[in-house]
Design a protein around this ligand. Sequence first.
Ligand SMILES: Nc1ncnc2c1ncn2[C@@H]1O[C@H](COP(=O)(O)OP(=O)(O)OP(=O)(O)O)[C@@H](O)[C@H]1O
Ligand SMILES: [Mg+2]
Length: 350
Amino acid sequence: MSGTTESLEELQRRVARQRDRPAYGHDALIVCDRLVRIFARRGGGDGVEVQALQGLDLLVREGELMALVGASGSGKSTLMNILAGLDVPTAGAAKVAGRDLLTMDAKARLRYRREVVGFVWQQTARNLLPYLTAAQNVALPMQLAGGSRRERAGRVDDLLSLLGVADCRDRRPQAMSGGQQQRVAIAVALANDPAVLLADEPTGELDSATGQQVFAAFRRANEELGTTIVIVTHDQAVAGEVRRTVAIRDGRTSTEVLRRTEVDETGRESLVAREYAMLDRAGRLQLPAEYTAALGMADRVLLELEEDHIQVWPDENDGENGDGYEGRTRGENDGRTDGENGGRTDGGNG
Ligand SMILES: Nc1ncnc2c1ncn2[C@@H]1O[C@H](COP(=O)(O)OP(=O)(O)OP(=O)(O)O)[C@@H](O)[C@H]1O
Ligand SMILES: [Mg+2]
């Protein structure tokens, strides 16, 4: 009987260990776990679906300023709309600052949009009310959330100066430049001190010099207020200036570029960027198309585990009849063209 008790105890310990293991993204502010969003095709009653997000994983830590890039149609705006609480995913999990974006009811969703996230759109005209001044635009979200008039006035001025548009205080949007409008829009989005600021191509309608100014305003908000910021951008200059750029491909996160400052022996600082591929929770990895094309990899690759890395080889049988795996060891036969079989098991194709 004692054997049974022991194994029961062991089982309990194992369950406890499982339970105590931190959940995926437990310390992240934004957690997307195998996020799926399927749309019925626009305008079509033909039952054709578009899988805009196909199991997207993304973690964003508190205080980060990061960029999302990707080809048109890759799912960037779909993701942003979900994080903004404007759209609901079809499956998977999405949490922002502890709020579950799948299960929020309408009331919680409204509060979430007002208090937890701020949003800046690409279209300058969409961000501000045209008949209100900059100061009135920034005060409006605070008014909706409550708070005294005096507190509001102070914060409006603080935000406008922080973003370098104090001089636009009493102007309406039509009397401001595009870049000024976007910086006021950032102030509006920050009015209620959100945990997360989301921006979908905020510099898309601006020339590059103005885009740089607007990006500098995001950076200031991140540094001074500690707001976590996610920016979707096509602008290489913007993407090159953040510490982390995540690329989305076909509705999934595919690669990630991390940048850090390194100091060399002479004391000179330089920004070093490294590109990483994303390994999803099931262990799936997407190889860059340039790499697979260069080596003619298709369908199958051969993997070999080394002490500190994994080697990926093209399938040598590609183009032969497929299942004649040769069990060949790399290195032994490389470069052999003498027609000899040299230790190679021929697998008996044919
Ligand atoms: N409301 C919708 N109804 C149907 N299909 C949609 C809807 N919204 C997006 N899609 C489709 O989902 C896919 C992803 O679109 P999304 O707008 O997220 O791309 P994106 O990465 O933001 O592209 P862009 O860089 O052009 O803005 C596209 O194929 C798009 O046509
Ligand atoms: Mg988009």
